[in-house]
Ligand binder design. Structure first.
Ligand SMILES: Nc1ncnc2c1ncn2[C@@H]1O[C@H](COP(=O)(O)OP(=O)(O)OP(=O)(O)O)[C@@H](O)[C@H]1O
Length: 254
């Protein structure tokens, strides 16, 4: 379950929490001005949970995404991923942790145009192996399962420009999942999609969190999309204002 500092379990979360954020703060320096983007953000999330983050433009959602993903450092507070405190890790350890534990999905898909769909998925596996003490072989059974689940099995030899937006995003999700990350961070994954493709992508994320026991944290502007989450974090002015329960169901599920 997702907890906040006001809940009984507190920001310390449960013993199994994969993400524990305690009083996270992030201030950007813009010229001579300090811009506080995150203030005292505390929450935790457990394996298999689907958490949506909503809030108006400028409320700090993307900054939270970057901090949780280890792409930028918080200026105060602490962040534990799988029990390890991010700020205590060296740059190299942080990079390794990110590659091993976190999968990213972006609004603009970010597929490599010269590679096929299969090549785009496999490259995430190759990158995860870079510098790893123990090289792992590609998990062909997982690749089959993911591409089956996402309905892109017949499209694997196509390049991104031969795929619809929804198919491209599902390839991007398969790329994020092929390394079996414990956490999937998705920043507006349906922002560039029509309703049908958006539903397919949300369904895929929802199912992966359930079937692969992954913690999914999804930023969205779309209140309907947020409803598929187990919990919805509402942000404003860099703070968590409220956490409510979602329906946990895909939008147009029968
Ligand atoms: N690199 C930066 N330098 C200075 N200020 C920044 C930087 N990135 C973000 N900010 C500021 O931090 C605050 C939070 O921005 P953030 O992008 O996290 O919000 P957001 O909720 O993701 O917004 P949106 O929904 O528009 O993407 C805003 O006031 C923004 O102007």
């Amino acid at each position: 379950m997702v907890t906040t500092s006001s809940s009984p379990a507190g920001a310390a979360g449960t013993t199994q929490s994969i993400i524990v954020a305690k009083n996270l703060g992030k201030t950007y320096r813009s010229g001579k001005l300090d811009v506080p983007a995150l203030r005292n953000v505390s929450f935790s999330a457990d394996p298999g949970e689907f958490v949506a983050v909503v809030g108006p433009s400028g409320s700090g959602k993307s900054t939270l995404f970057y901090v949780l993903g280890g792409l930028t450092q918080a200026t105060s507070g602490s962040l534990f991923i799988g029990g390890a405190e991010f700020s205590q890790l060296s740059d190299l350890e942080r990079t390794r942790m990110r590659r091993a534990k976190i999968g990213f999905v972006f609004q603009r898909f970010n597929l490599l145009p010269t590679l096929t769909a299969q090549g785009n998925i496999e490259i995430a596996h190759d990158i995860a192996n870079l510098g790893a003490a123990e090289k792992k072989p590609l998990d062909q059974a997982l690749l089959d399962h993911l591409t089956d689940m996402m309905g892109i099995k017949g499209r694997l030899d196509h390049r991104p420009n031969e795929l619809s937006g929804g198919e491209q995003q599902r390839v991007a999700i398969a790329r994020a999942l092929i390394t079996r990350p414990s956490i999937v961070l998705a920043d507006e994954p349906t922002g560039n999609l029509d309703t049908k493709n958006s539903d397919a992508v949300l369904d895929t994320l929802r199912r992966s969190s359930r079937e692969l026991n992954q913690t999914v944290l999804m930023i969205t502007h779309n209140p309907e999309a947020a409803q598929i989450a187990d919990r919805i974090i509402h942000m404003r002015d860099g703070e968590i204002r409220n956490i409510e329960k979602g329906t946990g169901r895909v939008l147009h599920e029968a």
